[in-house]
Design a protein around this ligand. Sequence first.
Ligand SMILES: Cc1cc2nc3c(=O)[nH]c(=O)nc-3n(C[C@H](O)[C@H](O)[C@H](O)COP(=O)(O)OP(=O)(O)OC[C@H]3O[C@@H](n4cnc5c(N)ncnc54)[C@H](O)[C@@H]3O)c2cc1C
Length: 289
Amino acid sequence: MPPRTLREKYLPSIASGERILAFAMTEDEVPGSWSSYMKTKAEIKGDKYLLNGRKTFITNAGVADIFIVFARLNLMEGARGIGMFIVERDFPGFHFDGEIPGLGVRALSWGTITLEDCEVPRENLIVSPPKAFSLAMDMFNTERIGNPSICNGIAQRAFDEALEFLVGRRDPRTGKSLLESYQGLQFKIAEMASLIRSSRLNVWHCAYLIQSGKPYVKEVQLAKLFANEMVRKICIDSMQLQGGYGYSAELFTEKLVRGGMFGGIGWGALEILKLRYISELMKEKGITS
Ligand SMILES: Cc1cc2nc3c(=O)[nH]c(=O)nc-3n(C[C@H](O)[C@H](O)[C@H](O)COP(=O)(O)OP(=O)(O)OC[C@H]3O[C@@H](n4cnc5c(N)ncnc54)[C@H](O)[C@@H]3O)c2cc1C
């Protein structure tokens, strides 16, 4: 049998869902916003790389079979010294340290892994320095559109919950629903609907730009920024509109409030995206500081 390529070896089982993939960049000792300063190291030993380091906040850490791990091959070269490896869960030296109890979005297994002289075959270095880190950043730029899409879904459900409540809750003096009775509530619902609609249009616009090969990086950053702040506002408004029930942990809205917070942290923190957007804008306008 001829040797299988890495594509043949890994992609079919990942695509079919037979094996689950995780992406391990963030570390506990280095702020995730400065991942290019990562400390996880890779050294050559014989026909293997030995990886040492700890990765945290990793989605699917508890269940993934295969991890895309970023590790430093060259200590001197910052982002340009980082390589991208495929690490299998059962490679010697791989440890799953446990799940992190997340505040929301709990349908994923979120956790930490440690690599202790983890033995990785040489061919599993899938992207060598200096390209690996910048390639990952490019990939994030496209993949980041998933984040506002999730935020839109959470916001829509929070809106639906509030609307249903206001339709069902009656003013005892008239017997009419609160929604029919009070213009202040009607205004609030209309404002919420317009924010969600704007955020959806942002995502659709970005999808169109990506699909048609047009520049999209800044647009995706703006779509994420908008959605991250929008979903937090909508969830809190929804909670407020449902009064004491909204504050109760027994209602679904409580879950949405917790889940809605994640968007502004995952896939690049809000603040960092704002900085990136401004830096792109200044470059475009020829403004240097
Ligand atoms: C649900 C979820 C899933 C995740 N999944 C993965 C995954 O699968 N793989 C992975 O590798 N990582 C994952 N992460 C990690 C995520 O990428 C990081 O949490 C994120 O990049 C922020 O890094 P940090 O948590 O270390 O915060 P830090 O970088 O420590 O930042 C702390 C705060 O300081 C702010 N800050 C930092 N620098 C600046 C600055 N220069 N100016 C202004 N403000 C600044 C940040 O915006 C943030 O508010 C996930 C996170 C979450 C919440």
